[in-house]
Design a binder for this molecule. Structure first.
Ligand code: FAD
Length: 463
């Protein structure tokens, strides 16, 4: 490690990794400090007892292929493949879809019996949405305008997006429309070879471009001199830098890494009001070597709740889950099957439990996941030889996100993330904020946007 860098990137999530690569390609000397022993942040994987589990590889929009090609290389783009089938099972409908405009339009007219002109007008309205639009209309009002009272249609359109970014019907319609529109261009995609291969390739590419990666390296503070960032403290050691990019939790970036004294009262008060997204729970099921899962779809949205309800989707005693089913084809050459059940969740429901209660609640998560998979795979208990569960506490512990927020902040957070360098020159933030800058695509793209801002700052200020 050197004693001085052009830029220190704090955190190796998709935003931090992509920003680091972009800046290194532009010729800067970059240090990437990740507190965990593993890269990827939320987009990571882990191995237990011979099983490999992807944490956040359920699907992303096709735009990820272009972003990977542009900011990482053609080899990455070639690994992006389409997910074959997405299944929806709930009391209002049972459907399978490829989750693209054509198939969704067909389902909306044939299954939900909507007028083709209304469906077309809806998709046109989605296509025209952009970030600078009116932000006062809520998703509820938007749905009500096109499909009044059709809660089955609302659920069809909304439930996958709530899983993808934690948004509700009462948030700005554009936070829904932009994410939905991204998926609707061509369906849902995944990375052939899994998260482990993608991160290995990223690490190799970063090394080729000269990025130094430190793991187990927690940045404790940014150093400020003359009201601009001049360095960071990593595990007690000061390292000089001309700019720092935090990929961590937005409030912790400001309040803990920098400290209140560097910001205006207006900025601090505004940031205090920014709402964090909800968190997640997951159950991981490893299938015994030699056993197989039947093909039940790549992604299964399963719910026993009567209607769409964003609160019910993160209820402590949840009745809705997505199952990501991993068949051996995702990792060519392997013969492994695994299922990851994901649920939205609230940190408050998990905070404060005693060790015994916490264990019991985690056991219940696993048990409930088994019970809801049984209708699809009746012998699931017999063919599973490994189970474990993650909760909002797990996500907080491994990524440092306050309250284990798994999609960053709500809509209003973006302004504060982007406003950071205006308050404290040389200090930047990237990563999941404001709903649209979240998920694999949003986080990676935001990494590039912020890297360009850093480049501009260093050029303009001749630092
Ligand atoms: C259960 C689950 C499923 C998901 N599924 C999907 C999906 O299918 N498709 C999709 O597109 N998105 C999905 N997402 C969302 C997606 O994974 C995230 O939005 C995205 O990966 C976040 O990237 P990020 O840049 O915000 O960084 P993060 O992933 O938040 O990473 C931040 C990194 O910074 C590090 N860090 C923080 N503070 C410090 C510090 N002080 N010093 C050093 N390091 C620090 C952390 O350890 C972490 O590695 C899912 C998320 C979850 C939780």
């Amino acid at each position: 490690m050197y004693s001085s860098y052009d830029i220190v990137v704090i955190g190796g999530g998709l935003g931090g990794l992509t920003a680091a690569n972009r800046l290194a390609r532009a010729g800067y000397r970059v240090l990437l400090a990740e507190q965990h022993t593993q890269l990827g942040g939320l987009a990571t994987y882990f191995k237990r007892k011979g099983h490999l589990f992807d944490v956040a590889l359920h699907g992303f929009p096709v735009g990820m292929r272009k972003s990977l090609r542009k900011y990482w290389g053609n080899d990455f783009a070639k690994q992006v493949i389409q997910v074959k089938s997405i299944r929806f099972d709930n009391p209002q409908y049972h459907l399978e879809s490829t989750f693209d405009t054509q198939d969704f339009s067909r389902k909306m007219t044939e299954h939900f019996r909507l007028a083709p002109e209304t469906v077309q007008a809806f998709f046109e309205a989605i296509a025209q949405m952009n970030y600078y639009d009116d932000q006062t209309m809520t998703t509820r009002q938007f749905f009500q305008k096109f499909f009044p009272g059709r809660t089955d249609v609302w659920r069809f359109l909304m439930e996958p997006i709530t899983y993808a970014n934690g948004s509700t019907l009462d948030e700005p319609a554009i936070s829904y429309g932009i994410v939905f529109g991204n998926f609707m261009s061509e369906g849902v995609y995944t990375f052939l070879g899994g998260t482990d291969l993608m991160l290995k390739m990223m690490e190799e590419e970063l090394a080729r471009n000269g990025v130094e990666i430190l793991r187990g390296a927690r940045v404790e503070a940014v150093l400020v001199d003359g009201h601009r960032v001049t360095g960071v403290t990593i595990n007690g050691q000061n390292i000089a830098c001309r700019a720092a990019v935090s990929n961590g939790s937005l409030p912790r970036t400001v309040f803990e890494l920098a400290g209140n004294e560097h910001f205006s009262q207006e900025f601090l008060e505004g940031l205090r009001k920014v709402r964090l997204s909800t968190s997640s729970c997951q159950v991981y099921l490893g299938i015994k070597p030699g056993e197989k899962l039947p093909y039940i779809g790549d992604l299964v949205f399963h719910s026993t709740y009567p209607e769409f309800d964003a609160n019910a989707l993160c209820d402590h005693h949840i009745t809705s889950r997505t199952f990501s089913v991993y068949y051996p084809e995702i990792r060519p050459g392997s013969s492994e099957y695994a299922i990851v059940a994901s649920m939205n969740a609230k940190y408050q429901d998990w905070d404060g439990l005693t060790a015994e209660q916490y264990r019991a609640e985690k056991d219940k998560l696993v048990e409930d996941a088994f019970a809801s998979i049984e209708p699809y795979v009746p012998d699931i208990r017999q063919i599973t030889d490994y189970t474990c569960a993650a909760t909002p506490r797990t996500f907080q512990r491994y990524t440092g996100h306050l309250n284990g927020a798994t999609f960053g902040t709500k809509f209003e957070g973006l302004k504060f993330s982007q406003g950071l360098p205006k308050e404290l020159p040389g200090f930047f933030h990237t990563g999941s904020v404001g709903i649209i800058m979240s998920g694999w695509l949003g986080a990676a793209n935001y990494g590039v946007i912020v890297a360009n801002e850093v480049d501009k700052y260093l050029q303009v200020n001749k630092l």
